[in-house]
Write a protein that binds this ligand. Structure first.
Ligand code: NIG
Ligand code: FE
Length: 397
C-alpha cells in the first residue's frame, strides 16, 4: 500500500477505537496509540498503527511527538443569524438574568439580512470553528420563524454542512404572540413542507416561555413523519418534559440537560445510547448559570456529547477546546471523558459512524495539536493549540 498522506511520529494518538490491536488498554474508550502513524488514502483513513510499521509514502508529515485526535464533532450550533447581542451580554454580566427573550432581537436582524450576508457569516463561523479543530458541525434554523426565512436559513446552512436541523419551533414567532396554536400549526404544516427538503433533523425548544410538552411532541412527530429525526432543546432553564419526550420519541439527542431529576437520568441511561445527552457548557458560562452535572450522567451510563451551542444569545463561542476545558474544570469530567465526548460523543449524537474516530475506513478528519497530549486541551485553557487540521483527507488548516 502507498498512502497519499502519512502522518508519522504521533506522540499520542486518540482513536476512539479501543479494538485496534495496538491501542493501550489502559486508555479505555479513547483507544490511545503511542509513537503512532496514520495513513490517509483519498478522503479516508487507510491504516493506523505504530510508526515503525508505517507504509511507504511520497508525502509524509512528521508529527514530531505531537498529539493527534479525531476532528471535533460539534453536534449543536445556531449559525444562521445576523447581528450580535453584545449589549444583552454586558447587561447580563452586570446582573440581569437570561430569558431567551433576546431571540426576538436576532430574529429581526436575521429577517432583514440578505442571503449573501447570512451565508458569508455562516462561512466565517465554520472557518473559525475549523481553525479550532472542528471538522463536523451541525447547525440549525430558528432565527427566521417565517416559512420563507426558515427555508432560506436551511438552504444557506446546507451549503456549509450536511448536518442541518429545522428549528422553526425555537420560539413562537412575534406575529403569532396571541396565537401560539396557530404558530405550531404553521411549523407542523406549511413551514415543515418548505424546510424538510433541506434538513436532516427536527428540533424544538421545549421550555417554559417557548413550547410545552404537547406542542413539542406535535412538532417532533410532524418532523418525523417527513423523515426528519428528532433532537430536543431540553431542560435548559428549568425542569420540564423535554428529556422524557426526547427518549420516548427516539430522539438522537437531548440537548442542554441542565435541570434533571433521577427519572430523566434513568430515561437517558435506559435508552442505551440511542438518545445522547448533549451538554453545552458555553451556554452556562455565558449566562452565568449552573453547569449540567456530567459526572452524574456518566456514572449512570449515559452517552454524553459536548458541543458549543454557538449562537449570539446564550453561547457565542465556536470553540470546542473551550467547552472541553470548562467541562473538565466545572462539570466533573476527566480530560479523557471530555475529549471523547467532544469527538465520539458528538458523532453518536449525529448517528454517524464515519466521523469521531481514527480507524481504517473512517473519514480522514484529524486534528494535530501543538502539544504532546490531548489532556493539554483542558490543561492549557485558552491557548490556541491547533497545529494542523485535515478534513476529508485534505489539509484544511
Ligand atoms: O440553545 N435555547 C434556545 N436557543 C439557544 C439560545 C438562543 C438565543 O438566545 O439566541 C440555546 O441556548
Ligand atoms: Fe441551542
Amino acid at each position: 500500500m502507498t498512502a497519499s498522506t502519512l502522518i508519522t511520529h504521533i506522540g499520542s494518538l486518540v482513536t476512539n477505537d479501543p479494538s485496534l490491536p495496538d491501542a493501550d488498554p489502559a486508555s479505555g474508550p479513547l483507544g490511545v496509540l503511542r509513537d503512532a502513524a496514520v495513513a490517509i488514502e483519498g478522503d479516508r483513513i487507510a491504516w493506523v498503527g505504530p510508526s515503525s510499521r508505517a507504509p511507504a509514502t511520497d508525502n509524509a508529515v512528521d508529527a514530531d511527538g505531537r498529539a493527534l485526535l479525531p476532528g471535533f464533532v460539534d453536534s449543536h450550533s445556531h449559525l444562521v443569524f445576523a447581528g450580535d447581542r453584545t449589549a444583552e451580554f454586558a447587561a447580563r454580566m452586570s446582573g440581569r438574568p437570561y430569558t431567551a427573550g433576546g431571540i426576538r432581537t436576532t430574529v429581526a436582524a436575521t429577517r432583514a439580512a440578505s442571503d449573501a450576508e447570512l451565508s458569508g457569516a455562516v462561512g466565517r463561523y465554520v472557518a473559525e470553528a475549523l481553525r479550532q479543530g472542528t471538522t463536523t458541525l451541525e447547525t440549525k434554523s430558528g432565527y427566521g420563524l417565517t416559512v420563507q426565512d426558515e427555508a432560506r436559513s436551511l438552504r444557506i446552512a446546507r451549503a456549509h454542512t450536511e448536518e442541518t436541523t429545522y428549528l422553526g419551533a425555537h420560539i413562537v414567532a412575534p406575529e403569532f404572540a396571541d396565537d401560539p396554536a396557530g404558530y405550531v400549526a404553521l411549523v407542523t404544516g406549511e413551514m415543515l413542507d418548505a424546510c424538510a427538503p433541506h434538513a436532516r433533523w427536527v428540533d424544538v425548544f421545549c421550555e417554559r416561555g417557548a413550547f410545552d410538552g404537547d406542542q413539542a411532541r406535535a412538532v417532533l412527530e410532524a418532523g418525523r413523519s417527513r423523515g426528519l429525526t428528532p433532537r430536543v432543546h431540553a431542560n435548559q432553564l428549568g425542569h420540564g418534559p423535554g428529556v422524557q419526550l426526547a427518549v420516548e420519541l427516539g430522539a438522537a439527542s437531548a440537548d442542554h440537560c441542565t435541570h434533571l431529576d433521577d427519572a430523566d437520568v434513568d430515561a437517558l441511561a435506559g435508552s442505551g445510547g440511542a438518545t445522547v445527552a448533549t451538554l453545552l457548557p458555553g451556554a452556562e458560562f455565558s449566562t452565568r448559570a449552573r453547569y449540567p452535572d456530567a459526572r452524574r450522567l456518566l456514572d449512570a451510563g449515559v452517552t454524553v456529547a459536548l458541543s458549543t451551542d454557538c449562537n449570539p444569545g446564550s453561547s457565542f463561542t465556536s470553540s470546542m477546546p473551550f467547552c472541553v476545558a470548562v467541562a473538565v474544570r466545572d462539570m466533573g469530567m476527566t480530560p479523557d471523558e471530555a475529549v471523547h465526548a467532544a469527538t465520539y460523543g458528538g458523532a453518536r449524537a449525529l448517528r454517524r459512524d464515519d466521523v469521531g474516530r481514527v480507524t481504517p475506513g473512517a473519514r480522514a478528519d484529524l486534528l494535530l495539536l501543538d502539544a504532546p497530549s490531548h489532556v493539554h486541551l483542558a490543561y492549557r485553557p485558552g491557548v490556541p493549540l491547533t497545529s494542523a487540521v485535515w478534513r476529508r483527507g485534505k489539509a484544511a488548516y
